[in-house]
Design a binder for this molecule. Sequence first.
Ligand code: TXA
Ligand code: MG
Length: 356
Amino acid sequence: MAARVLQVDPVAPAPAVIAEAAAVLRAGGLVAFPTETVYGLGGNAIDDAAVARIFAAKGRDPSDPVIVHLADRRDLGDLVRELPAPAQLLAARFWPGPLTLVLPRAERVPPRVSAGLPTVAVRVPSHPVARALIAAAGVPVAAPSANLFGRTSPTTAAHVLADLGDRIDVVLDGGPTPAGVESTVVAFEGEEVVVLRPGATPVEELSRCLAEAGFRPPRLVERGPQAGSPGLLARHYAPRVPLVLLRGPERERLQWLRAALAARPDRRIGLLLSDEELRALSPLAPEHRARPLGPRSHPEVAARRLFAAMRELEAEGVELIYATDPDPAGLGLAVADRLRRAAEEVVEVGRTQEGS
Ligand code: TXA
Ligand code: MG
């Protein structure tokens, strides 16, 4: 059955619309909704059957745990067994907002949510629609990104419908999501904070907050066995066409791209590049399709556009996408992470030693 699409004002959601979607959640149904990061696929987190339905709809592996969303930080007590000091600090400073904390799981949370792990990932989103929906449902809401397994996260209701339109009950359409990349996920090892996934809360802000309270800066983990090395990577946020990611000094990247594009003016090639890079490469051949990711100094623009741009290039029928590595500052770190995970191949240019 096709999902019901309910239009909703992203700033001041109408209570009647929210109540309708909340009733679906309470009855064990699935509701996709906008958050400040990407659209989530929500179900009642303490209803094991609803959680099972989330995994089935996405085609998600049961070994990959999902995030539980709360309307308020005070609801945390029921879901976690303890709150380490740095977690308490980060929750107070960054919630509501795009930060997910991995904490010891309480009995009340079905093991399926956490893929059997002793922990549970929790966040309090700041998007008015998400907050209103969770509050009206009166239950914690388990919600992975509302895409099919292996596809890029949805930043519009149209993306959700393209992937899951016949597998879920309701889509709350609140327009494009503001950040465009998923939340930052952190775990705790004693007093050490570990970043499992860079995301919409910049790591620099976490560092600053922790330092002010006398904690060490967070440690970044490399995701996946090969994530730190060039070549073939575990693809996760993959577009349906091969993406080649260029890394290295800007001048060499441009030289490489110029040569690659000049060699194949007849091929439909997609370009996911900064405004500056696209200017330097213009004019492009008519077959080449550009998606500007904004100025290099503003990676938050790239974050907002990235996933939609990948889907648009696919829809335009490109056979190959070239992208370049953004500077890893601010949201650039999350964008770089998603590009690496989307890449079929990483090309290091202008370096004599691979992987240095
Ligand atoms: O911004 C977001 O986080 C979005 C919106 C909808 O809130 N959600 C999202 O969920 O991106 P998902 O399921 O696509 O990604 C959840 C991430 C995965 O990398 C998962 O492995 C990790 O969080 N995760 C969830 N529970 C965990 C746990 N108990 N321990 C470690 N990692 C966990
Ligand atoms: Mg996801």
